[in-house]
Design a protein around this ligand. Structure first.
Ligand SMILES: *Cc1c(COP(=O)(O)O)cnc(C)c1O
Length: 366
């Protein structure tokens, strides 16, 4: 077989996406209008939240920021004249991309990092509990790599403590637990439609939804940046109709995207099983196909030599940015030392999958 180049991730764009964008462009309605509102409604319907509302944003990071500000967390515009004035704390996992940290920091609240569980890559409810104080104002719970967290434990924790739970579904739109979609459990939920997430709104995009009328009102007020009677905190973090229409098209195909991801995962599972390599736990939508090896750099290098881009699924754990190793995150360290992510996305062709499998057999078989 000829050498191929297989990217780590890639969006899946078809002619429906392209024609829908052309239609919006031709109509000349380019700012934030009906398409954006319908995109919100479509996602609410998909997640199946009865009194769902929220706002569509230009990124998942800003959706998280809005989620926090709608709860009154932090200080206005993140400005706190005296350091230490804002006592609010928000719990996030250490093993997650830096954008989650940025969203918390923009509010002026202090990020508090929790470790992930002994198995898998999701934030651990027990570790989370230990790190809660009277200043804890929210817990951000990402479903990493498309695998749902044990959400009941967090809902229970939130109920006991009165601390709101924000579900971060940036990597897991379409995943479910007990027949209910992720994003329908938390007090608020956020999504990302960045180019390489499970579905995209044309490159960048995000959304924050809730079932609470108060939170929805609070979210809406953050977006009213023009023509308001009152002077209040507001942001232009909007998505455009041009982007939203692509998001709407992609949402229609999301279930088929997920089917394809699960199909590819099953093929990889079989190959790795044959090689005696432990496979991912399953049960999710396989935003990433992550396995653990003794020396990820070696496997990444060998796979790249075959033209296949594998990655460490998290670039750098947050405790290494914040605490310089002064606090203890053994499970995050374990994931950092061993996890590697193999290309998986709906637009990989059968021939490419076959090529990846062959390369895996060669590299792992050595
Ligand atoms: C991608 C991602 C975000 C941020 O979304 P952007 O649209 O890239 O700003 C937040 N949380 C998680 C878990 C993500 O994977």
């Amino acid at each position: 077989m000829d050498a191929m180049h297989i990217q780590h991730s890639r969006p899946t764009i078809d002619k429906d996406d392209i024609y829908s964008a052309i239609k919006v462009l031709s109509a000349g309605k380019l700012a934030t209008g009906d398409e954006v509102q319908m995109f919100l409604k479509d996602v609410c319907r998909y997640i199946k939240l009865d009194n769902c509302g929220g706002v569509v944003t230009n990124s998942g990071t800003n959706a998280l920021y809005f989620a926090l500000r709608s709860l009154g967390i932090g200080t206005v515009y993140g400005i706190h004249p005296e350091p230490g004035m804002c006592k609010d704390e928000v719990i996030i996992p250490s093993y997650v991309c830096r954008s989650v940290l940025s969203a918390v920091e923009h509010t002026g609240a202090a990020p508090v990092l929790a470790d992930i569980g002994f198995y898998g890559y999701n934030i651990d409810p027990d570790n989370c509990r230990i790190r809660m104080t009277k200043n804890t104002k929210a817990i951000i719970v990402p479903h990493m790599f498309g695998t749902p967290v044990r959400i009941d434990r967090f809902i229970e924790l939130g109920r006991e403590s009165g601390v709101p739970v924000i579900e971060d579904c940036a990597q897991s739109i379409g995943a479910s637990h007990d027949g209910k979609k992720m994003g329908s459990f938390g007090d608020l939920s956020i999504f990302s439609f960045y180019a390489t997430k499970c579905m995209t709104s044309g490159g960048h995009g995000g959304m924050v939804i809730s079932n609470s009328a108060d939170i929805i009102e609070s979210l809406n007020s953050l977006t009213q940046y023009d023509k308001t009677q009152k002077h209040s905190e507001s942001y232009n973090y909007s998505l455009t109709d041009l982007q939203a229409v692509i998001g709407r098209q992609q949402l229609k195909k999301l279930d088929s995207f997920i089917d394809r991801r699960q199909e590819i995962a099953a093929i990889y599972d079989e190959v790795f099983n044959d090689l005696g390599q432990e496979i991912p736990s399953g049960g999710g939508i396989y935003f990433r196909y992550v396995i653990e090896v003794e020396c990820p750099d070696h496997y990444i290098r060998e796979m790249r030599n075959q033209g296949i881009v594998c990655e460490r699924p998290v670039f750098k754990p947050l405790h290494q940015y914040l605490y310089n190793g002064s606090d203890n995150y053994p499970n995050t360290e374990r994931a950092m030392e061993h996890a590697i992510s193999i290309p998986i996305y709906p637009s990989i062709s059968d021939a490419e999958i076959e090529y990846v499998c062959k390369a895996i057999r060669t590299v792992w078989g050595k």
